[in-house]
Design a protein around this ligand. Structure first.
Ligand code: RB5
Length: 150
C-alpha cells in the first residue's frame, strides 16, 4: 500500500519510528513535514501535505502526527474527501476503519508511546471497512460535503 505520512516537529521522532515500521511491513512510504524535532514546523502544512497526496491519488492512506494529534486532524478533515480519525488506542483505530472508512489516521506523539502507536498503525491498516449501513453513513457525509462546498 502507498501511505503518505507527515508530522510537525512534535511528531518528528514518532514519525521516523512509524516510517521504519511501515517499511518493514513492505509499504511504500511518501514522507513529508518536519525535518527535525527541534525545528518548529507547522502542523497545518503537514496535514495539508497528506490530505493533498490522498486527494491527488498519490497515496491510498495517510498518517498524520503532531503533539496531540488534534490540530493536524482538524487540518486534514477540512479537505472534502478526507476522513481523518484521531486515535489513542487500537480499538478506536479498528472502529475508524470498520465504521467510518477513515482514510487518514492521526496520532499524538505526546499522547501515545511508540509501542502503542505501532499497534494503532497496525490495527488501522489491517482492519477492513464493514460497508452496509456504515456505507450509507459515509455516503451521507459525502453528500454533506457536496452541500457545504458547492
Ligand atoms: C506543537 O507545539 C503543538 O501545538 C502541535 O504539535 C499540536 O499538538 C497541535 O495540535
Amino acid at each position: 500500500m502507498v501511505i503518505s505520512i507527515a508530522s510537525d516537529h512534535a511528531g518528528f521522532a514518532l514519525r521516523k519510528i512509524v516510517v521504519e515500521h511501515l517499511g518493514k511491513l513492505g509499504h511504500t512510504v511518501v514522507e513529508g513535514g518536519a525535518t527535525a524535532g527541534d525545528v518548529p514546523y507547522s502542523y497545518v502544512l503537514a496535514g495539508q501535505k497528506v490530505a493533498k497526496d490522498i486527494l491527488e491519488g498519490k497515496a491510498e492512506r495517510g498518517i498524520v502526527i503532531c503533539g496531540t494529534g488534534i490540530g493536524i486532524s482538524m487540518v486534514a478533515n477540512k479537505f472534502p474527501g478526507i476522513r481523518c480519525a484521531l486515535c489513542t488506542n487500537e480499538y478506536m483505530a479498528r472502529m475508524s476503519r470498520q465504521h467510518n472508512d477513515a482514510n487518514v489516521l492521526s496520532m499524538g506523539a505526546r499522547v501515545v508511546g511508540s509501542s502503542l502507536a505501532l499497534g494503532i498503525v497496525d490495527a488501522y491498516l489491517n482492519e477492513p471497512f464493514d460497508g452496509g449501513r456504515h456505507q450509507t453513513r459515509v455516503n451521507d457525509m459525502k453528500e454533506q460535503e457536496k452541500e457545504l462546498f458547492k
